[in-house]
Design a protein around this ligand. Structure first.
Ligand code: NAG
Ligand code: NAG
Length: 416
Protein backbone atom coordinates (compact mmCIF):
# COMPACT_ATOMS: atom_id res chain seq x y z
CA UNK A 1 0.00 0.00 0.00
CA UNK A 2 1.46 3.38 -0.99
CA UNK A 3 2.01 6.29 1.38
CA UNK A 4 -0.78 8.19 -0.22
CA UNK A 5 -3.44 5.69 0.73
CA UNK A 6 -2.04 5.46 4.25
CA UNK A 7 -2.40 9.20 4.57
CA UNK A 8 -5.95 8.86 3.39
CA UNK A 9 -6.79 6.16 5.91
CA UNK A 10 -5.32 8.19 8.74
CA UNK A 11 -7.38 11.15 7.65
CA UNK A 12 -10.52 9.02 7.63
CA UNK A 13 -9.48 7.66 10.97
CA UNK A 14 -9.22 11.07 12.64
CA UNK A 15 -12.41 12.23 10.95
CA UNK A 16 -14.04 9.16 12.38
CA UNK A 17 -13.04 10.07 15.92
CA UNK A 18 -13.98 13.71 15.49
CA UNK A 19 -17.35 12.39 14.43
CA UNK A 20 -17.62 10.26 17.51
CA UNK A 21 -16.84 13.30 19.61
CA UNK A 22 -19.45 15.29 17.78
CA UNK A 23 -21.99 12.60 18.57
CA UNK A 24 -20.84 12.74 22.16
CA UNK A 25 -20.41 9.04 22.10
CA UNK A 26 -19.61 7.95 25.59
CA UNK A 27 -19.52 4.46 26.93
CA UNK A 28 -22.54 3.41 28.89
CA UNK A 29 -24.57 6.52 28.09
CA UNK A 30 -26.96 5.11 25.53
CA UNK A 31 -28.18 1.57 25.45
CA UNK A 32 -30.48 -0.20 23.07
CA UNK A 33 -32.69 -3.12 23.90
CA UNK A 34 -32.09 -6.27 21.94
CA UNK A 35 -35.52 -6.32 20.40
CA UNK A 36 -37.64 -9.00 18.83
CA UNK A 37 -38.30 -12.50 20.03
CA UNK A 38 -34.60 -13.42 20.00
CA UNK A 39 -33.58 -10.68 22.43
CA UNK A 40 -36.59 -11.08 24.66
CA UNK A 41 -35.72 -14.64 25.64
CA UNK A 42 -32.63 -13.30 27.44
CA UNK A 43 -35.00 -11.99 30.08
CA UNK A 44 -37.00 -15.21 30.43
CA UNK A 45 -37.29 -16.64 33.92
CA UNK A 46 -36.64 -20.38 33.90
CA UNK A 47 -38.18 -20.95 37.35
CA UNK A 48 -41.35 -23.03 37.02
CA UNK A 49 -40.45 -24.20 33.51
CA UNK A 50 -38.15 -27.11 34.40
CA UNK A 51 -37.08 -29.29 37.32
CA UNK A 52 -33.53 -30.56 37.64
CA UNK A 53 -32.38 -33.49 39.74
CA UNK A 54 -28.76 -33.24 40.91
CA UNK A 55 -27.11 -36.63 41.45
CA UNK A 56 -25.16 -36.90 44.65
CA UNK A 57 -21.73 -38.25 43.79
CA UNK A 58 -18.78 -39.10 46.06
CA UNK A 59 -16.64 -35.99 46.50
CA UNK A 60 -13.77 -37.51 44.50
CA UNK A 61 -15.72 -36.51 41.37
CA UNK A 62 -15.97 -32.86 42.33
CA UNK A 63 -15.09 -31.24 45.69
CA UNK A 64 -11.90 -33.24 46.33
CA UNK A 65 -10.55 -32.42 42.88
CA UNK A 66 -11.13 -28.75 43.47
CA UNK A 67 -9.44 -28.93 46.89
CA UNK A 68 -6.33 -30.26 45.18
CA UNK A 69 -6.16 -27.30 42.82
CA UNK A 70 -8.20 -24.20 43.75
CA UNK A 71 -6.95 -22.51 40.56
CA UNK A 72 -9.81 -24.36 38.86
CA UNK A 73 -12.14 -21.72 40.35
CA UNK A 74 -10.66 -18.93 38.25
CA UNK A 75 -9.93 -20.87 35.14
CA UNK A 76 -11.81 -20.34 31.88
CA UNK A 77 -13.35 -23.80 32.39
CA UNK A 78 -14.70 -22.96 35.86
CA UNK A 79 -18.32 -22.97 34.65
CA UNK A 80 -18.50 -26.68 35.50
CA UNK A 81 -17.88 -25.84 39.17
CA UNK A 82 -20.07 -22.76 39.42
CA UNK A 83 -22.96 -24.46 37.63
CA UNK A 84 -22.88 -27.22 40.24
CA UNK A 85 -22.95 -24.71 43.10
CA UNK A 86 -25.68 -22.74 41.40
CA UNK A 87 -27.94 -25.75 40.85
CA UNK A 88 -27.62 -26.96 44.44
CA UNK A 89 -29.45 -23.88 45.68
CA UNK A 90 -31.53 -23.08 42.61
CA UNK A 91 -35.34 -23.13 42.85
CA UNK A 92 -35.40 -25.35 39.74
CA UNK A 93 -33.70 -28.13 41.72
CA UNK A 94 -35.92 -30.99 42.80
CA UNK A 95 -35.02 -33.58 45.39
CA UNK A 96 -37.54 -35.96 43.87
CA UNK A 97 -36.04 -37.57 40.76
CA UNK A 98 -39.47 -38.90 39.75
CA UNK A 99 -40.62 -35.38 38.91
CA UNK A 100 -37.37 -34.24 37.24
CA UNK A 101 -37.26 -33.08 33.62
CA UNK A 102 -33.48 -33.10 33.56
CA UNK A 103 -30.74 -34.98 35.42
CA UNK A 104 -27.39 -33.39 36.16
CA UNK A 105 -24.16 -35.21 37.08
CA UNK A 106 -21.68 -32.93 38.91
CA UNK A 107 -18.32 -34.12 37.66
CA UNK A 108 -15.36 -31.71 37.29
CA UNK A 109 -13.61 -33.27 34.31
CA UNK A 110 -11.53 -30.20 33.37
CA UNK A 111 -10.00 -29.50 36.79
CA UNK A 112 -6.59 -31.07 36.07
CA UNK A 113 -4.07 -28.31 35.46
CA UNK A 114 -0.36 -28.39 34.69
CA UNK A 115 1.95 -26.27 36.93
CA UNK A 116 1.52 -23.54 34.28
CA UNK A 117 -2.26 -23.75 34.55
CA UNK A 118 -2.93 -25.50 31.26
CA UNK A 119 -5.76 -28.01 31.51
CA UNK A 120 -5.05 -31.66 30.70
CA UNK A 121 -8.00 -33.63 29.36
CA UNK A 122 -6.39 -37.06 29.50
CA UNK A 123 -8.21 -38.34 32.57
CA UNK A 124 -11.56 -36.80 31.64
CA UNK A 125 -12.97 -39.72 29.58
CA UNK A 126 -12.28 -42.28 32.32
CA UNK A 127 -13.63 -40.03 34.99
CA UNK A 128 -16.79 -39.30 33.02
CA UNK A 129 -17.25 -42.99 32.29
CA UNK A 130 -16.83 -43.84 35.94
CA UNK A 131 -19.44 -41.26 36.97
CA UNK A 132 -21.92 -42.55 34.40
CA UNK A 133 -21.32 -46.11 35.52
CA UNK A 134 -22.09 -45.02 39.05
CA UNK A 135 -25.33 -43.18 38.29
CA UNK A 136 -26.54 -45.91 35.95
CA UNK A 137 -26.10 -48.62 38.54
CA UNK A 138 -27.39 -46.68 41.57
CA UNK A 139 -30.44 -44.98 40.03
CA UNK A 140 -32.90 -46.24 37.38
CA UNK A 141 -33.00 -42.98 35.36
CA UNK A 142 -29.95 -43.34 33.15
CA UNK A 143 -31.02 -46.70 31.74
CA UNK A 144 -34.51 -45.34 30.99
CA UNK A 145 -33.11 -43.02 28.29
CA UNK A 146 -29.38 -43.82 28.23
CA UNK A 147 -28.75 -40.19 29.00
CA UNK A 148 -31.18 -38.44 26.67
CA UNK A 149 -32.73 -36.52 29.60
CA UNK A 150 -29.35 -35.90 31.23
CA UNK A 151 -27.14 -32.86 30.67
CA UNK A 152 -23.41 -32.49 31.27
CA UNK A 153 -21.17 -29.44 31.50
CA UNK A 154 -18.13 -30.08 29.30
CA UNK A 155 -16.31 -26.76 28.98
CA UNK A 156 -13.12 -28.16 27.51
CA UNK A 157 -11.53 -26.84 24.27
CA UNK A 158 -13.38 -29.30 22.07
CA UNK A 159 -16.10 -30.21 24.56
CA UNK A 160 -16.70 -33.92 25.07
CA UNK A 161 -14.08 -34.85 22.45
CA UNK A 162 -11.62 -34.33 25.33
CA UNK A 163 -8.48 -33.31 23.50
CA UNK A 164 -6.90 -29.89 22.98
CA UNK A 165 -5.56 -30.63 19.52
CA UNK A 166 -8.31 -30.42 16.96
CA UNK A 167 -7.15 -33.36 14.84
CA UNK A 168 -6.97 -35.62 17.88
CA UNK A 169 -10.29 -34.32 19.15
CA UNK A 170 -11.92 -35.11 15.81
CA UNK A 171 -10.33 -38.55 15.76
CA UNK A 172 -11.71 -39.26 19.24
CA UNK A 173 -15.14 -37.85 18.62
CA UNK A 174 -17.67 -37.25 21.37
CA UNK A 175 -17.27 -39.74 24.21
CA UNK A 176 -19.53 -42.68 23.19
CA UNK A 177 -21.41 -42.68 26.50
CA UNK A 178 -22.42 -39.03 26.02
CA UNK A 179 -23.88 -39.45 22.58
CA UNK A 180 -27.49 -39.21 23.74
CA UNK A 181 -26.98 -36.58 26.44
CA UNK A 182 -27.35 -32.82 26.09
CA UNK A 183 -23.94 -31.20 26.24
CA UNK A 184 -23.41 -27.73 27.65
CA UNK A 185 -20.10 -26.58 26.20
CA UNK A 186 -17.99 -23.62 25.20
CA UNK A 187 -16.96 -25.24 21.94
CA UNK A 188 -19.17 -24.33 19.00
CA UNK A 189 -18.45 -24.79 15.31
CA UNK A 190 -20.93 -25.75 12.63
CA UNK A 191 -20.59 -29.20 11.02
CA UNK A 192 -17.95 -30.33 13.49
CA UNK A 193 -17.90 -33.79 15.08
CA UNK A 194 -17.37 -32.21 18.51
CA UNK A 195 -20.60 -30.21 18.39
CA UNK A 196 -23.63 -32.42 18.32
CA UNK A 197 -27.07 -31.19 17.49
CA UNK A 198 -29.02 -29.92 20.46
CA UNK A 199 -25.94 -28.87 22.45
CA UNK A 200 -26.03 -25.60 24.35
CA UNK A 201 -23.07 -23.34 23.57
CA UNK A 202 -22.08 -21.20 26.54
CA UNK A 203 -19.49 -18.48 27.22
CA UNK A 204 -16.24 -19.47 28.90
CA UNK A 205 -15.82 -18.38 32.49
CA UNK A 206 -14.29 -14.96 33.02
CA UNK A 207 -14.01 -13.67 36.60
CA UNK A 208 -16.85 -11.13 37.11
CA UNK A 209 -15.47 -9.34 40.18
CA UNK A 210 -12.05 -8.92 38.63
CA UNK A 211 -13.50 -7.40 35.48
CA UNK A 212 -15.77 -5.16 37.55
CA UNK A 213 -12.79 -3.82 39.47
CA UNK A 214 -11.15 -2.63 36.24
CA UNK A 215 -14.04 -0.53 34.94
CA UNK A 216 -12.95 2.96 33.92
CA UNK A 217 -15.17 6.08 33.81
CA UNK A 218 -17.48 5.98 30.79
CA UNK A 219 -16.35 9.49 29.82
CA UNK A 220 -12.95 8.21 28.66
CA UNK A 221 -13.08 8.07 24.85
CA UNK A 222 -12.30 5.03 22.73
CA UNK A 223 -9.09 6.24 21.14
CA UNK A 224 -7.78 2.82 20.05
CA UNK A 225 -9.24 1.62 16.75
CA UNK A 226 -8.34 -2.10 16.86
CA UNK A 227 -7.03 -3.90 19.94
CA UNK A 228 -5.58 -7.37 20.44
CA UNK A 229 -3.27 -9.02 22.94
CA UNK A 230 -2.28 -12.65 22.57
CA UNK A 231 -0.21 -15.09 20.55
CA UNK A 232 0.20 -14.81 16.80
CA UNK A 233 2.26 -17.97 16.50
CA UNK A 234 2.55 -21.00 18.76
CA UNK A 235 6.14 -21.96 17.98
CA UNK A 236 6.26 -24.61 20.70
CA UNK A 237 3.31 -26.65 19.42
CA UNK A 238 3.31 -25.56 15.78
CA UNK A 239 6.94 -24.94 14.77
CA UNK A 240 6.27 -24.90 11.02
CA UNK A 241 3.28 -22.55 11.41
CA UNK A 242 -0.08 -22.75 9.68
CA UNK A 243 -1.90 -25.06 12.10
CA UNK A 244 -2.23 -22.64 14.98
CA UNK A 245 -5.31 -20.48 14.38
CA UNK A 246 -5.25 -21.94 10.84
CA UNK A 247 -2.78 -19.14 10.11
CA UNK A 248 -5.29 -16.36 10.85
CA UNK A 249 -3.40 -14.85 13.77
CA UNK A 250 -0.13 -14.96 11.82
CA UNK A 251 -1.92 -13.10 9.03
CA UNK A 252 -3.09 -10.42 11.48
CA UNK A 253 0.47 -9.85 12.62
CA UNK A 254 2.11 -9.97 9.22
CA UNK A 255 -0.37 -7.56 7.64
CA UNK A 256 -0.93 -5.08 10.45
CA UNK A 257 2.01 -5.04 12.84
CA UNK A 258 3.08 -1.62 11.53
CA UNK A 259 -0.40 -0.25 10.94
CA UNK A 260 -1.11 2.66 13.31
CA UNK A 261 -4.81 1.73 13.49
CA UNK A 262 -3.89 -1.62 15.03
CA UNK A 263 -2.79 -1.83 18.66
CA UNK A 264 -1.69 -5.47 18.61
CA UNK A 265 1.02 -7.30 20.50
CA UNK A 266 1.85 -10.49 22.35
CA UNK A 267 2.52 -8.56 25.55
CA UNK A 268 -0.27 -8.73 28.08
CA UNK A 269 -0.20 -5.37 29.88
CA UNK A 270 -1.62 -4.85 33.38
CA UNK A 271 -3.98 -2.36 31.73
CA UNK A 272 -5.44 -5.05 29.43
CA UNK A 273 -9.03 -4.63 30.67
CA UNK A 274 -8.76 -0.82 30.66
CA UNK A 275 -7.35 -0.87 27.14
CA UNK A 276 -10.35 -2.84 25.89
CA UNK A 277 -12.56 -0.07 27.26
CA UNK A 278 -10.53 2.43 25.23
CA UNK A 279 -10.94 0.45 22.00
CA UNK A 280 -13.61 0.45 19.30
CA UNK A 281 -12.90 -3.04 17.95
CA UNK A 282 -11.43 -6.03 19.80
CA UNK A 283 -10.15 -8.91 17.70
CA UNK A 284 -11.45 -12.34 18.73
CA UNK A 285 -9.56 -14.68 16.40
CA UNK A 286 -9.53 -18.44 16.82
CA UNK A 287 -6.52 -20.01 18.53
CA UNK A 288 -6.28 -23.77 18.86
CA UNK A 289 -10.04 -23.72 19.47
CA UNK A 290 -12.38 -21.22 17.81
CA UNK A 291 -13.47 -19.66 21.11
CA UNK A 292 -11.62 -17.72 23.82
CA UNK A 293 -12.52 -15.55 26.83
CA UNK A 294 -11.85 -12.46 24.67
CA UNK A 295 -15.44 -12.56 23.46
CA UNK A 296 -16.75 -12.25 27.01
CA UNK A 297 -14.24 -9.52 27.83
CA UNK A 298 -15.15 -7.57 24.69
CA UNK A 299 -18.86 -7.67 25.54
CA UNK A 300 -18.30 -6.68 29.17
CA UNK A 301 -16.06 -3.79 28.14
CA UNK A 302 -18.26 -2.61 25.28
CA UNK A 303 -15.62 -3.24 22.64
CA UNK A 304 -17.13 -4.52 19.39
CA UNK A 305 -15.95 -8.12 18.99
CA UNK A 306 -14.41 -8.89 15.59
CA UNK A 307 -15.00 -12.61 15.22
CA UNK A 308 -12.39 -14.34 13.08
CA UNK A 309 -13.26 -18.06 13.29
CA UNK A 310 -15.11 -19.55 10.31
CA UNK A 311 -18.32 -21.39 11.21
CA UNK A 312 -18.06 -20.58 14.91
CA UNK A 313 -21.24 -21.01 16.93
CA UNK A 314 -21.28 -18.26 19.56
CA UNK A 315 -22.74 -18.57 23.08
CA UNK A 316 -26.54 -18.71 23.32
CA UNK A 317 -26.72 -18.06 19.59
CA UNK A 318 -30.45 -18.82 19.61
CA UNK A 319 -31.01 -15.92 22.02
CA UNK A 320 -28.36 -13.34 21.09
CA UNK A 321 -28.23 -11.64 17.65
CA UNK A 322 -24.46 -11.76 17.34
CA UNK A 323 -24.42 -10.42 13.76
CA UNK A 324 -25.96 -7.16 15.03
CA UNK A 325 -23.50 -6.84 17.89
CA UNK A 326 -20.19 -8.01 16.49
CA UNK A 327 -18.41 -8.11 13.14
CA UNK A 328 -17.71 -11.44 11.43
CA UNK A 329 -14.61 -11.57 9.22
CA UNK A 330 -13.77 -14.71 7.25
CA UNK A 331 -10.35 -16.16 8.00
CA UNK A 332 -9.34 -15.72 4.36
CA UNK A 333 -10.23 -12.00 4.53
CA UNK A 334 -7.84 -11.16 7.37
CA UNK A 335 -5.46 -9.34 4.97
CA UNK A 336 -8.31 -6.87 4.28
CA UNK A 337 -9.21 -6.35 7.91
CA UNK A 338 -8.22 -2.67 7.82
CA UNK A 339 -10.48 -1.90 4.86
CA UNK A 340 -13.33 -4.00 6.26
CA UNK A 341 -13.32 -2.21 9.61
CA UNK A 342 -12.70 1.33 8.34
CA UNK A 343 -15.57 1.03 5.88
CA UNK A 344 -18.21 0.22 8.51
CA UNK A 345 -20.47 3.30 8.70
CA UNK A 346 -20.41 5.26 11.96
CA UNK A 347 -24.16 4.72 12.55
CA UNK A 348 -23.60 0.97 12.39
CA UNK A 349 -20.76 1.19 14.90
CA UNK A 350 -22.87 3.33 17.21
CA UNK A 351 -25.74 0.84 17.07
CA UNK A 352 -23.45 -2.07 17.89
CA UNK A 353 -22.09 -0.09 20.83
CA UNK A 354 -25.61 0.66 22.10
CA UNK A 355 -26.52 -3.05 21.89
CA UNK A 356 -23.33 -3.95 23.74
CA UNK A 357 -24.19 -1.45 26.45
CA UNK A 358 -27.40 -3.37 27.16
CA UNK A 359 -27.01 -4.84 30.67
CA UNK A 360 -28.91 -8.02 29.74
CA UNK A 361 -26.28 -8.68 27.07
CA UNK A 362 -23.43 -8.44 29.58
CA UNK A 363 -25.30 -10.40 32.22
CA UNK A 364 -25.78 -13.35 29.84
CA UNK A 365 -21.98 -13.65 29.46
CA UNK A 366 -21.24 -14.00 33.17
CA UNK A 367 -21.36 -16.68 35.85
CA UNK A 368 -21.57 -14.37 38.89
CA UNK A 369 -21.64 -15.56 42.47
CA UNK A 370 -24.22 -15.14 43.81
CA UNK A 371 -26.18 -15.73 40.62
CA UNK A 372 -28.32 -12.95 39.17
CA UNK A 373 -31.41 -12.98 36.95
CA UNK A 374 -30.53 -13.28 33.28
CA UNK A 375 -26.95 -14.45 33.86
CA UNK A 376 -25.32 -17.37 32.03
CA UNK A 377 -26.71 -19.90 34.57
CA UNK A 378 -30.23 -18.71 33.79
CA UNK A 379 -29.57 -18.77 30.04
CA UNK A 380 -28.47 -22.41 30.32
CA UNK A 381 -31.67 -23.26 32.19
CA UNK A 382 -33.71 -21.34 29.60
CA UNK A 383 -32.01 -23.39 26.89
CA UNK A 384 -32.85 -26.63 28.71
CA UNK A 385 -36.44 -25.49 29.31
CA UNK A 386 -36.89 -24.72 25.60
CA UNK A 387 -36.09 -28.40 24.85
CA UNK A 388 -39.05 -29.60 26.91
CA UNK A 389 -41.11 -31.68 26.80
CA UNK A 390 -38.78 -34.51 25.80
CA UNK A 391 -39.76 -36.39 22.71
CA UNK A 392 -41.33 -39.76 23.58
CA UNK A 393 -38.68 -41.52 21.49
CA UNK A 394 -36.00 -40.72 24.10
CA UNK A 395 -37.51 -43.35 26.42
CA UNK A 396 -36.15 -46.81 25.67
CA UNK A 397 -38.12 -50.02 25.94
CA UNK A 398 -37.32 -52.14 28.97
CA UNK A 399 -33.93 -53.78 28.41
CA UNK A 400 -33.30 -51.87 25.15
CA UNK A 401 -29.68 -50.68 24.76
CA UNK A 402 -28.38 -48.16 22.26
CA UNK A 403 -25.01 -47.06 23.65
CA UNK A 404 -21.92 -49.20 23.30
CA UNK A 405 -20.05 -49.32 26.59
CA UNK A 406 -16.92 -50.78 25.04
CA UNK A 407 -16.58 -48.33 22.14
CA UNK A 408 -13.78 -45.77 22.05
CA UNK A 409 -10.01 -45.93 22.65
CA UNK A 410 -8.94 -48.84 24.86
CA UNK A 411 -7.18 -46.49 27.29
CA UNK A 412 -10.52 -44.85 28.06
CA UNK A 413 -11.91 -48.16 29.32
CA UNK A 414 -9.43 -48.45 32.18
CA UNK A 415 -11.05 -47.81 35.56
CA UNK A 416 -10.65 -44.29 36.96
C1 NAG B 1 -28.60 -50.42 33.94
O1 NAG B 1 -28.11 -51.26 32.93
C2 NAG B 1 -26.88 -51.89 33.23
C3 NAG B 1 -26.51 -52.80 32.07
O2 NAG B 1 -26.42 -52.11 30.89
C4 NAG B 1 -26.94 -52.69 34.49
O3 NAG B 1 -25.67 -53.18 34.82
C5 NAG B 1 -27.46 -51.81 35.62
O4 NAG B 1 -27.66 -52.58 36.78
C6 NAG B 1 -28.76 -51.15 35.23
N1 NAG B 1 -29.13 -50.22 36.30
C7 NAG B 1 -30.19 -50.41 37.07
C8 NAG B 1 -30.40 -49.40 38.13
O5 NAG B 1 -30.95 -51.33 36.91
C1 NAG C 1 -18.91 -51.87 20.56
O1 NAG C 1 -17.65 -51.30 20.24
C2 NAG C 1 -16.60 -52.23 20.13
C3 NAG C 1 -15.31 -51.47 19.97
O2 NAG C 1 -15.39 -50.57 18.89
C4 NAG C 1 -16.88 -53.19 19.00
O3 NAG C 1 -15.86 -54.15 18.91
C5 NAG C 1 -18.21 -53.89 19.25
O4 NAG C 1 -18.55 -54.69 18.18
C6 NAG C 1 -19.32 -52.87 19.48
N1 NAG C 1 -20.53 -53.54 19.89
C7 NAG C 1 -21.70 -53.38 19.28
C8 NAG C 1 -22.83 -54.12 19.85
O5 NAG C 1 -21.84 -52.62 18.35
Amino acid sequence: MGNLSWGFILLVFSAFFLNLDAFELRKGQKTERISGSAGDVLEDDPVGRLKVFVYELPSKYNKKILQKDPRCLNHMFAAEIYMHRFLLSSPVRTLNPEEADWFYTPVYTTCDLTPNGLPLPFKSPRMMRSAIQLISSNWPYWNRTEGADHFFIVPHDFGACFHYQEEKAIERGILPLLQRATLVQTFGQRNHVCLKEGSITVPPYAPPQKMQSHLIPPSIPRSIFVYFRGLFYDVGNDPEGGYYARGARAAVWENFKDNPLFDISTEHPTTYYEDMQRAVFCLCPLGWAPWSPRLVEAVIFGCIPVIIADDIVLPFADAIPWEDIGVYVDEKDVPNLDTILTSIPTEVILRKQRLLANPSMKQAMLFPHPAQPGDAFHQILNGLARKLPHDKTVYLRKGEKVLNWTAGPLADLKPW
